[in-house]
Design a binder for this molecule. Structure first.
Ligand code: SF4
Ligand code: SF4
Length: 192
């Protein structure tokens, strides 16, 4: 019995230490843990494997974005999800994954990190936590059908490379989706 208790204390001590290392003080860490968030992520399709992540760091070591962006650490994001730290949704890092699938292929535990990032982005969007850069990009698609306005400069450059004319953009489908899903409201776009 005594042995079990000291094992539990040791586990809690390690967990607290880990939270502090992730940038949370003791009081913060307890109040910020959201078990509903954690359970929601664990219950998503394929979410059960999240529990299997043993923090080997191969995902971070393999990630092309991590190599160039100091703050982007997939292993750490996975750990925050495991611990139920919902404020990961406020981090712009969850938008940095470029879905190259390298980590999915290399993870020894079969964790599908790209699925985790998709869920995190969807949840962040539901809570109105779209980063400004993503908003601007979506607004451009809504307006032009491209992620930025194609002008004469682009046409001239394409001519130099003997590329065909830029095809006509058709943002109508995107606009309909944005209207039906409520994305227009998030982007402050007036409907009608
Ligand atoms: S590679 Fe897999 S097991 Fe290792 S830290 Fe990343 S998600 Fe976890
Ligand atoms: S899928 Fe995303 S997190 Fe994984 S290696 Fe590629 S960019 Fe990094």
């Amino acid at each position: 019995m005594m042995y079990k208790k000291s094992l539990l204390n040791e586990k809690m001590r390690r967990k607290r230490e880990e939270l502090v290392n992730l940038g949370y003080n003791k009081t913060d860490s307890v109040s910020r843990v959201d078990l509903n968030f954690k359970n929601e992520l664990l219950s998503m399709p394929g979410g059960d494997v999240l529990k299997l992540c043993y923090q080997c760091g191969l995902c971070t070591g393999s990630c092309i974005v991590s190599r160039n962006v100091d703050t982007f650490r997939p292993r750490q994001i996975l750990r925050m999800v495991q611990l139920g730290l919902k404020e990961i949704l406020k981090s712009e890092d969850i938008w940095r994954c470029v879905t190259c699938y390298t980590c999915n292929e290399r993870c020894p535990q079969g964790v599908k990190l790209t699925d985790v990032f998709t869920v995190l982005k969807n949840r962040a969007t539901q809570e109105g936590l779209l980063p400004k850069a993503i908003k601007e990009l979506l607004k451009a698609i809504h307006q032009f059908g491209w992620i930025y306005e194609m002008g004469d400069v682009q046409e001239f450059e394409r001519e130099d490379f003997e590329l065909p004319d830029i095809p006509e953009a058709s943002p109508m489908v995107f606009r309909k989706i944005a209207e039906k899903t409520g994305l227009n409201r998030l982007l402050d776009i007036e409907e009608g």
